[in-house]
Design a protein around this ligand. Structure first.
Ligand code: G
Ligand code: G
Ligand code: MN
Ligand code: NA
Length: 254
């Protein structure tokens, strides 16, 4: 509870919660295909916190809405800056599945896109399907409204949920992100390699973009290329970086 009181303050004072940004790249050309926004909490006493340390508490509190609006606002501020530099690269934001239960979300996102003058298709919402399946009925309308606006949807951590394929059959998405656990084991596990190959093939057959996550080595990079994967993200290419560094990196790649 102390943590939530502190978060309320952090959301108001606006100096503790920061986004770091990690580009994904085209494996053939090295050009950036998108940038994922990841929140960090520079806590004055607890040190640097990852969302893993506090997101569960936020999701179970009345602050999820303001937290989600805060992250979207920060991410769209960054994206609006790129437009000024002629970079038309989409920004990806991780959404807690629970925030999709709020019927006000689409109109809030529409308002934020308008305020920042960012086209809807420059925003990708990453959803982890594991959490989402249980309440799919409820979120269906929210996701449809977002898609109707032109916002893009990505399935994050694909393959780790129990219902990945049911989710895909049910919800129209634009992108699959192959979970990094498969990328990590691909080299010595035929099973993991088969899962990656199959996911990439299915994504292409469905007309979806596919991004492999957690690529840390050149060997993983070439294995992904052999499996037909076209885009990837991970420490091998870029670690998440502060917002003031990203534009220069994107300009150098584009
Ligand atoms: O960046 P890091 O590996 O610490 O992220 C840990 C987890 O937190 C990942 O599952 C990531 O998707 C999630 N995450 C990162 N930023 C955000 C955010 O802004 N909102 C939500 N809901 N989750 C986030
Ligand atoms: O759940 P999600 O895929 O959104 O989680 C993204 C998280 O993965 C971020 O917290 C980011 O810091 C982390 N990450 C990004 N690249 C790599 C990588 O190459 N290796 C590992 N282990 N983590 C990574
Ligand atoms: Mn993600
Ligand atoms: Na992921």
């Amino acid at each position: 509870l102390a943590l939530l009181a502190e978060l309320r303050e952090a959301l108001q004072t606006d100096d503790q919660l920061v986004l770091v940004l990690q580009p994904a790249v085209d494996l053939a050309t090295g050009a950036p295909t998108g940038v994922e926004a990841l929140i960090r909490w520079r806590h004055p006493r607890r040190g640097l916190l990852s969302p893993a340390d506090f997101i569960r508490a936020v999701e179970n509190s009345d602050q999820l809405g303001s937290f989600t609006r805060y992250v979207l606002d920060k991410a769209l501020t960054v994206a609006a800056g790129w437009a000024g530099e002629g970079l038309d690269i989409p920004i990806s934001v991780n959404l807690s599945a629970r925030s999709l239960l709020d019927p006000r979300l689409p109109s809030e996102i529409a308002e934020a896109l308008c305020r920042h003058q960012v086209p809807a298709d420059r925003l990708v919402l990453e959803i982890t399907e594991t959490v989402v399946m249980s309440e799919l009925e409820v979120i269906d309308q929210v996701l449809s409204a977002l898609r109707a606006m032109g916002v893009q949807l990505a399935v994050d951590d694909f393959g780790t949920g129990f219902s990945s394929l049911s989710f895909l059959a049910r919800v129209a998405v634009d992108e699959l992100k192959v979970d990094r656990s498969f990328v990590l084991r691909m080299g010595d596990s035929p099973q993991a390699a088969a899962i990656v190959r199959y996911t990439v093939g299915m994504a292409h057959e469905l007309g979806l973009r596919v991004v492999a996550e957690g690529v840390e080595t050149a060997a993983q990079r070439s294995a992904l290329t052999e499996l037909g994967c076209t885009a990837a993200q991970g420490y091998h290419f870029f670690k998440p970086m502060p917002a003031d560094k990203i534009a220069a990196v994107l300009n150098s790649l584009a």
